[in-house]
Structure formats: C-alpha cells, structure tokens
Design a protein around this ligand. Structure first.
Ligand SMILES: C[S@@+](CC[C@H](N)C(=O)[O-])C[C@H]1O[C@@H](n2cnc3c(N)ncnc32)[C@H](O)[C@@H]1O
Ligand code: SF4
Length: 393
C-alpha cells in the first residue's frame, strides 16, 4: 500500500520511531508479545529488510523531527549492535534528530546480552529498559526467565555505568505474593533504580501457557482486594522514594519520564517498522493506523519483495480518534491536557464528552476536569477500564 500523500498535516513535526525485533532465546509463559524462538537468524537479511522498511516510511513522512527511537521486542538486545547502529544511522539520514533524542533498547539481563552493552552504547543507544521481572529466584523460575537475581543485579550495574539512563521492569501481583514480600522486593528495586521503573501487575493473557495453567488451577492469582493493596503499597513506596507514577505502571523521577511512551499516551505520531509493529501517522490532517505483517518470515519476504510489509493502513474516523485519545491520555497521572486534546482532535474537551456520562464520574471523584484538562484520581486509575467504559460507550 503506497503512501500517496506526502503532506504533513500534524500540528507539530515531532515523530517517534518504533522498531520491532521479534526474536527471543526462549518464550516466557506469561508473554503474548510478538516474540519467536529461531535457531538461526540471518542478521544481514534482517538488517537490510529493516533499513528498507525504514526508507519506505521515510519517503512518506519527510520533513519530520525524530524525538525518540525505541527498539522493542521480542528481545532487541539479541540484535547485532552493528544492525542497531545501521538503523540509527539510517534514521539520522532520513529525518532530523531532536537535540535530546531518546534512543531506548529493551534488554534481557542474561550475560550474553549484557556483554553487548558497550557496543550498543557506541551504536547510539542512550537508554536501556531491562526486563528484570523479579528480584526473587523462585519467582524468576516461575516466570520462566533465563536469569537469576545476581545476573539481574550485574546487568543493572553495568547498564548504570554504560548508558546515560536506564530503566527496568518488574512484574508483581504474582501468585502467593504478600504486601510484606513485595514491599521488601520493591525496596531493593528502588536501591538499584536509576531514574525510571516500570512496575506491571501480572496479567494472564489468552493463548499463553499461564492461561492454561491458571485455568487448570496450577496457580492462583491474588484476589482483587489483595492486588489493589499491592498497587496501593507500590504507589506509596515509590512516592516516598521520589519515583511517583506518571502512568498506571510507569514511575520516574520528575523529568525522566520515557519520552517515547509519552508520545503514545499523548496521541503523537510514530512510525512502526518490523514484524507486527503498529504506527500512527498524521498525513494531510488525517490520522492513519498502520500495522505490519506479524510473522517474522512473512514480514521478511514481503519487505524483500515490495520494500515494506504493511498489512493495514486505515484512516481512523474522528469519533474513534477522540476515544483513543481519552483512553491513552487518562493513563497518565497528569491526564489529558486541553492543549494536547485540541492539537489531536481540534475539539474542546467539553464538546467531546457527554455530560450525563461525565457528571457521575466527577461526583464520585474518579475524574477531575479543570483548566488544565481531564485526569483520573488515584481511585479512578485503580479502575480505569471501567471508568473509560462508563465515559465513552
Ligand atoms: C516486550 S516485553 C519485554 C522485553 C524483553 N524481552 C524482556 O523480557 O525483558 C515488555 C515487558 O512487558 C512486561 N510483560 C509482558 N507480559 C506481561 C504480562 N503478562 N503481565 C505483566 N507484565 C508483562 C514485562 O515486564 C516485560 O519486560
Ligand atoms: S517477556 Fe521478553 S523474553 Fe520473554 S517471551 Fe516476552 S518478549 Fe521474549
């Protein structure tokens, strides 16, 4: 599907770039990301294909300024650092780089990957996001991870020395986890943290081994009340330590929020390259949702044959766009500002919301609407999905 209209109708020229690397050393039983295990990967073919798909997008989106690049996966720390360098250099040739461009790469903490940190830094990566997941060896075993507690610490220390900025992920609300055990794990995490932490509650995704195991009663997740208590204690401890949540699952010292993810949550434009990558592109005042072919081999074949592997490029209708801007913006602690809402939709907040839906949510103190914009209270963020359903459908 060629891009036939090169004019840029976005309100600003900022653009983010997501690059998907779909391979992992093994599959974790909870994960439903587009991730695959292969014995061999032809890094040269993959590099050429990623560069080709990047050229395709750049031809349709010229004159933009890149504010962030995010290598996600899968496990992009398994990429050859020379491939990472080639992608960053190609992006620099296609687009202007914002002065403080953020270049993040997701890394697993095994020793093979940590050994690449210096080369990834030399390639232009300035931030890593490390999938630690737990600081408890039994929990790491349960989560099917290929690393242990000490390897995780070693990777974090090395990341701290190598990159200007680093973050790591933990998964909590695991079977059997108490507020006491999570408190001590989180306290340890905070002593290791740099300026950013992602703290996800374990979710059971359809089609994963955990889905079948949970249904078979092989483990039991914490009840809703216990999970809410774990969420509350997480907010309390992180607030005390200067790492408040700026999004449901993301915590940062003020000023160190992940720029790339903020682009998603504020409805900004981003290009998605690589298998299964999604994009949002404003072209001539229309916003398009793009999606690449997810299967690695099919993606590679399509790019080699036609220069890109776009399987969908659909104009989002204005009502659906308004909904997605609310759904993403209300994830942020600061919520959706009037300026951002106007820039994305050309509407005032009040014109987009039905008073009979909004009023009860304001009265119940789940949402706040003021001169800045609209945001969810802490109570509201605890039940955000229900609130969005009540507000929007
Ligand atoms: C693309 S994945 C991870 C990248 C990298 N391969 C890794 O495993 O570290 C991004 C993050 O999503 C989180 N995640 C994935 N599946 C999850 C699930 N079912 N429940 C909670 N968090 C999940 C994990 O913390 C993971 O680090
Ligand atoms: S959690 Fe990371 S390493 Fe595990 S399967 Fe998912 S993407 Fe791969």
């Amino acid at each position: 599907m060629p891009i036939d209209d090169n004019s840029n109708g976005a309100d600003d020229d900022a653009l983010a770039l997501y690059v998907h690397w779909p391979f992992c050393l093994s599959r974790c039983p909870y994960c439903d990301f587009n991730a695959h295990v292969r014995e061999t990967i032809d890094q040269g073919r993959w590099r050429d294909a990623l560069l080709n798909e990047l050229s395709y997008w750049a031809a349709g989106m010229p004159d933009r300024s890149l504010t962030s690049i995010f290598f996600g996966g899968g496990t992009p720390s398994l990429m050859d650092p020379s491939t990472v360098a080639a992608v960053i250099n190609a992006a620099a040739n296609h687009w202007a780089f914002a002065d403080d461009i953020e270049v993040t790469l997701e890394a697993n903490p095994t020793s093979i990957e940590a050994a690449k940190f210096a080369d990834l830094r030399a390639a232009g990566v300035n931030r890593v996001s490390i999938g630690v997941q737990a600081l408890d060896n039994d929990a790491l075993g349960f989560l099917g991870r290929g690393h242990d507690h000490d390897q995780a610490i070693a990777a974090l220390k090395l990341a701290e020395k190598t990159f200007p900025s680093f973050s790591f992920d933990l998964i909590y609300a695991r079977p059997g986890q108490t507020t006491e055990s999570w408190t001590s794990e989180l306290q340890e995490a905070l002593t290791l943290a740099g300026d950013h932490l992602s703290l996800y509650q374990l979710t059971i995704e359809k089609g994963t081994p955990f889905y079948a195991e949970e249904r078979a009663g092989e483990f039991v997740l914490p009840e809703e009340d216990s999970a809410a208590a774990l969420f509350d204690i997480t907010q309390e401890i992180c607030d005390q330590q200067g790492m408040p949540a700026y999004e449901i699952s993301n915590h940062a010292r003020p000023g160190s929020e992940c720029r790339h993810n903020i682009t998603y949550w504020e409805g900004g434009d981003y290009v998605g390259a690589g298998p299964g990558a999604h994009g949002r592109l404003t072209i001539n005042h229309k916003v398009y949702a793009t999606e690449q072919i997810p299967g690695p081999e099919n993606w590679l074949k399509a790019v080699e044959e036609s220069g890109h592997a776009t399987r969908n490029r659909t104009a989002i209708d204005p009502a659906a766009r308004v909904e997605e801007i609310f759904m993403m913006g209300l994830r942020l602690t600061d919520g959706l500002s009037r300026d951002v809402f106007w820039a994305r939709t050309g509407m005032e907040l009040e014109d987009a919301l039905e008073p009979r839906r909004l009023r009860p949510l304001l009265t119940a103190n789940y949402l706040i609407l003021d001169d800045n914009g609209i945001r969810a209270t802490e109570e509201g963020r605890l039940r955000l999905n229900a609130i969005l359903a009540a507000l929007l459908t």
